[in-house]
Design a protein around this ligand. Sequence first.
Ligand code: S3P
Length: 198
Amino acid sequence: MARSASKRHDLPVRAVFLVGFMGAGKSSVGRALGERLNCAFEDLDDRIERSEGRAIADIFRASGEAEFRRLERFALRTLLRELAGDEMRVIGLGGGAFVQKENAELLRGSGVLTVFLDAPVEELWQRCAKQASEQGLIRPLLRSLEQFQSLFKSRRGSYLKASLRIETGGRTVDAIAQELGEAIKLKNLRPKKEGLTQ
Ligand code: S3P
């Protein structure tokens, strides 16, 4: 059943940010969660591509990763400023965004809910390989399996600082979105400085 606009305003968190490694399902789960919560979903990388008029892979190639991180920081700041009042939004971040200290602090200070979509690294690798072959998705930081594993290992500690962790290994997008939607709506999760209150 669709939620009315006034009901939507009863939700305790005004935005949910999905974080996690490449292949975690931030965009697909984000879209499904947006539908469940009857609110808009936005992918931060899409915003960067729109404002730059070029693909993420082209930004990396022509301007380098440091410039991409600068654009990412700017896009996140702008988006957070746009979060109006109680309007609920779901946002998917690129795999490196929450690892940047400044971005993580900005999110923590903004009182939004951050959710780490976790999965075994082998499964993340397989999902990325599938997206590359089926959708032609180019990820500039997707190189060898060894490099992928070591980058995941170095980042996982940062992802674990999110308010909530959801295991996604071997699960469907709908099942993950359902669990997350219920956690947000029924358990009345609220972002807090240290962990969550229920
Ligand atoms: C990146 C992940 C990508 C994209 C960019 C950098 C990363 O997003 O933001 O290529 O540092 O892990 P996805 O996680 O959606 O692939």
